[in-house]
Design a protein around this ligand. Structure first.
Ligand code: HEC
Ligand code: HEC
Ligand code: HEC
Ligand code: HEC
Length: 428
């Protein structure tokens, strides 16, 4: 009993340690990409087999990684247009744009070689290198020591999720509002595992890497991403970012497609989605929550129906008033925290992973994911599971069909998604 209690405490800590300060706000100076990128450091043209890291990171970032182009994006006509519509002097000097499109640390935290034009540079993710730059390559340096000197632990799912979501979802301090979206900004969609794979990798998870940093399976990375996305959304809902703008709250918290889609054909099922989410309701974006809730079906000791009912209550509250919404968001946050211990830390067997995929497809085939943003998350989850299960080639056709159904958001039809999921399910 005592032992069980101890384990519980350790797990609790591992979910709650998301207190690592984001690189943008930590005290260390950012020395600039040019401090990392020389030909004897991370700017080599071919991999250096004598080192434990590739040493070609700078080239991978510069050539293939959109983060190196994030500042230049602010100089494009599309950004100039947005700036005009928003009444900003220029996008590339506006704090709101730079906060996500560059390593926008305070002026006093910029080293000699720092250049804002580098966009989302190394230290925007790895933390200001003021205290670890000179020593991190010494034989005596360890990963733990580097972290204690300000390196950001981007290998840890909780910290990575917090980092990526800070720009790919937003925070209390920087947020892509509906006003920004309507001025032309793309909708922000994010899933931790798929986006981690899509960012051109400048690292290899080999035996040496695992020894230094451990390794996280792609399924655990995906589930951590879902949990933290839901967690951050629920926190943001209670923040100033959600405040009323006149009659309406901040619309970016809602499922975009509950307002933005063609008026025909009629897409609503006969049954309401919950007591008051019926035809014509504007709905909060609950994609991460409903996907998690579906997955709870495979955890016999977690209470799926309670979680489901909390999501419904959140929706009801969202159509009532701000105060009830705060209360429900807080309640849901606490149950999410307890469920997260289990979901994030579990070691998933092949059968567990198959069960996760089956439950998603089964709920999709029953029309549970009607909103675009949840269908999109379901696709990314099923893709991640299939790649992890190494049967993605076998189910290539089915995965392609599912992708086609969500590829163009303006041409998404819930009934079609449902039918494709049903066919996929029958072929498992
Ligand atoms: C400081 C803000 C910031 C952080 C932190 C950040 N990103 Fe990004 N990311 C951006 C911006 C801005 C873009 C768009 C760049 C452009 O095209 O101008 C982007 C683009 C991307 C893209 C390409 C998206 C596409 O549709 O092609 C991927 C993939 C991506 N990020 C993954 C990640 C991952 C994974 C993390 C965490 C390890 C992360 N990002 C952290 C700001 C950030
Ligand atoms: C909360 C963070 C955030 C803020 C604030 C933000 N962006 Fe972005 N922006 C992103 C991310 C992340 C992407 C990549 C989206 C994706 O592909 O998934 C992006 C993509 C873009 C794109 C499309 C990229 C391309 O390749 O064409 C443009 C243009 C853009 N942003 C301009 C702006 C401008 C101008 C502002 C300020 C008014 C701004 N952004 C504010 C995070 C942000
Ligand atoms: C958008 C976020 C992002 C940016 C920008 C970024 N990295 Fe990384 N980097 C990561 C992630 C995520 C990992 C993998 C997790 C880890 O090991 O920390 C990683 C890993 C690494 C590693 C560790 C490899 C290992 O085997 O331990 C090095 C070295 C590295 N990056 C260098 C760089 C350099 C140099 C730059 C700039 C040219 C850069 N990174 C830019 C996110 C980023
Ligand atoms: C409550 C309904 C509602 C929600 C939810 C909503 N929008 Fe809007 N959106 C509107 C309205 C109303 C307009 C103004 C339409 C007009 O001017 O023709 C608008 C305008 C826009 C425009 C500009 C269209 C144009 O022709 O200039 C874009 C882009 C946009 N929204 C994107 C989004 C995104 C992305 C989301 C989700 C993050 C979202 N919206 C959520 C109601 C909504």
């Amino acid at each position: 009993m005592k032992k069980l209690f101890l384990i519980f405490i350790i797990l609790l800590i591992s979910f709650q340690v998301i207190s690592e300060t984001l690189p943008q706000y930590a005290p260390d100076k950012h020395m600039g990409v040019a401090s990392c990128s020389t030909g004897v450091c991370h700017g080599k043209s071919v991999e250096d087999k004598t080192e434990n890291v590739m040493m070609t990171e700078y080239r991978a970032w510069l050539k293939d990684d959109d983060h190196s182009k994030a500042y230049k994006t602010l100089l494009k006509p599309s950004s100039k247009n947005m700036a005009k519509k928003l009444g900003l002097k220029a996008a590339h000097t506006a704090k709101i744009c730079l906060d996500c499109h560059a390593d926008n640390v305070a002026i006093e935290k910029r080293g000699k070689k720092f250049q804002i034009t580098d966009g989302v540079g190394c230290e925007a993710c790895h933390g200001g290198s003021e205290r670890w730059l000179s020593d991190h390559k010494d034989p005596g340096a360890t990963h733990e020591k580097n972290i204690s000197l300000g390196l950001y632990p981007s290998e840890k799912p909780a910290d990575r999720a917090k980092l990526c979501l800070s720009c790919h979802l937003g925070t209390e301090n920087k947020f892509a509002t509906h006003r920004i979206m309507a001025a032309g900004h793309p909708r922000l969609s994010f899933e931790l595992e798929v986006f981690s794979q899509e960012q051109p990798a400048h690292y290899k998870v080999d035996a040496d890497y695992e020894k230094r940093k451990g390794s996280i399976s792609s399924v655990n990375m995906w589930l951590s991403g879902l949990v933290f996305k839901a967690n951050n959304q629920l926190q943001l809902l209670q923040s100033e970012q959600f405040k009323q703008h006149g009659l309406f709250p901040e619309l970016s918290f809602y499922e975009c497609h509950s307002c933005h889609r063609a008026m025909s054909p009629s897409r609503w099922p006969i049954e309401p989605l919950s007591n008051n989410i019926t035809t014509g309701s504007v709905r909060l974006d609950d994609a991460a929550l409903v996907v998690l809730s579906s997955l709870l079906n495979t955890f016999p000791n977690l209470n799926q129906s309670e979680f489901n009912s909390s999501i419904k209550q959140l929706h009801t509250a969202s159509l009532t008033n701000r105060n009830s919404l705060n209360i429900k968001a807080q309640e849901l946050l606490s149950s999410l925290k307890t469920y997260a211990q289990v979901i994030v830390n579990k070691k998933y067997s092949i059968n567990d992973k198959k069960a996760l995929r089956k439950t998603l497809l089964s709920d999709a085939s029953k029309g549970k994911f009607r909103d675009y943003s949840s269908a999109e998350q379901v696709f990314m989850g099923i893709e991640t599971l299939s790649i992890d299960l190494k049967d993605d080639k076998r189910y290539q056709k089915q995965l392609d069909k599912l992708f086609e159904a969500i590829h163009y958001e303006d041409k998404y039809y819930p009934n079609q998604f449902q039918i494709i999921a049903d066919l996929f399910l029958k072929q498992l």
